[in-house]
Write a protein that binds this ligand. Structure first.
Ligand SMILES: Nc1nc2c(ncn2[C@@H]2O[C@H](COP(=O)(O)OP(=O)(O)O)[C@@H](O)[C@H]2O)c(=O)[nH]1
Ligand SMILES: [Mg+2]
Length: 363
């Protein structure tokens, strides 16, 4: 298959599938700050996208197009009939868990408790006990101002929880003029990443907007895996004419990095990115052009003998190409939301990073 359009389409589908999906249950009394927390942590204003789909009397499933996350928003813990409510939640959790596809399971739960209440309710204790039989549970103290040992108390009471995190989702000015900044959100993201299954981690890294570090971690992993595939292609030196085999690897790598950064990826964007750096214009790919382009960007790459590149050179070129792309997205997301960055801007930055390397190596 030598057609770039087809390669892009196929690799894009693969990248999205490989990123997977993650489902988080967020529970707590009405008013504790669940919606505010969800909006502070995740891309896409989940809590503002209407009501979501009711799945039990007090639980709604909220999804957003292009974001690989579903939130199960659970209310009604303050009601007298909370035991019924708990039973409904457990039935739902068990039903989802019985699905063979791990994408359907709920992968972690956040039980939210308002710090100002200074109290853990029976409903929250029972919910934690029940949920922890099915998934990792994290206690989230919301609207935090001063701890006064409340965190330790919650940790003692919610014994089955993996951890208890103090958070504040929005900045707020107190009566005395003191400003309380958002806190604890990165900690919550890091701890959640630790407890969810490996297969959900890329989706979680993509969906959250708090930690660039988590996105970078996953992106570097993608580059390493792609470099290994490139090396495998060249177990014996790859003749230039066969270097076309590297294109799906490179395209897949760029698609996966884009996906893990949580950016909407369009076919046209990827095709332009690849053709303007790697393959040149034209639908038919030539191995010679690809190698020439890669070597132009990374002239110190290694052995190129007899019209072939070695496995380690293929791996090196793939790593360098991928890392330049990670650097591009990392740089551009410093001042802008990922989905506000234009295609031209990304291509310009990516090319300039490749050029910088080219010049460095020459001088
Ligand atoms: N200061 C502060 N206020 C918050 C925080 N989270 C929520 N709130 C406020 O508490 C109220 C209820 O929040 P909401 O997210 O709707 O609660 P939910 O019913 O649990 O979804 C709103 O007025 C929020 O602005 C927080 O972390 N800090
Ligand atoms: Mg709400």
């Amino acid at each position: 298959m030598n057609n770039l359009t087809e390669i892009v389409k196929e690799q894009l589908e693969k990248a999205i599938k490989d990123r997977g999906e993650v489902n988080i249950l967020v529970a707590g009394k009405t008013g504790v700050g669940k919606s505010t927390l969800i909006n502070a942590v995740f891309q896409g204003n989940y809590a503002e996208t209407g009501q979501g789909k009711p799945v039990t009397q007090n639980t709604r499933k909220i999804t957003k197009e292009d974001i690989p996350l579903s939130i199960y928003d659970t209310r009604g813990l303050e009601l007298k009939e909370f035991k019924n409510n708990l039973k409904e939640i457990e039935d739902l959790v068990k039903e989802l868990k019985s699905d063979k596809d791990p994408k359907k399971h709920i992968h972690a739960a956040w039980i939210c408790i308002d710090e100002n209440s200074r109290r853990v309710e029976d409903a929250e204790i029972e919910l934690c006990e029940m949920l922890s039989n099915h998934m990792p549970v994290i206690g989230v103290i919301t609207k935090c101002i001063s701890d006064n040992d409340f965190r330790a108390e919650v940790q003692n009471i919610l014994v089955q929880s993996k951890n208890v995190v103090r958070t504040n989702s929005i900045s707020r000015i107190l009566d005395d003029g003191h400003v309380i900044q958002p806190t604890g959100l990165e900690n919550l993201v890091d701890l959640t990443m630790e407890v969810i299954p490996e297969g959900q981690q890329k989706a979680f890294a993509a969906a959250q907007k708090i930690s660039v570090k988590q996105k970078l971690n996953k992106a570097h992993g993608i580059v390493a895996a792609s470099a290994a595939s490139a090396a495998a292609t060249g177990a014996v030196p790859i003749p230039f004419s066969d270097a076309v085999a590297l294109v799906p690897i490179q395209v897949g790598m760029l698609a996966s990095i884009t996906a893990v950064f949580g950016m909407e990826i369009k076919k046209s964007f990827l095709a332009t990115l690849v053709s303007s750096t790697l393959t040149g214009a034209g639908a038919t790919l030539a191995g010679k052009t690809i190698v020439a382009n890669l070597l132009k960007f990374f002239p110190g790459a290694g052995s190129v003998a007899g019209g072939a590149i070695s496995a380690s050179t293929a791996a090196f070129l793939t790593t360098a190409f991928g890392e330049a792309y990670i650097g591009t997205l990392n740089h551009l997301t410093k001042n802008k939301n990922i989905n506000e960055i234009g295609t031209e801007e990304i291509i310009k930055e990516f090319k300039s990073r490749l050029k910088i390397r080219e010049q460095k190596a020459v001088n």
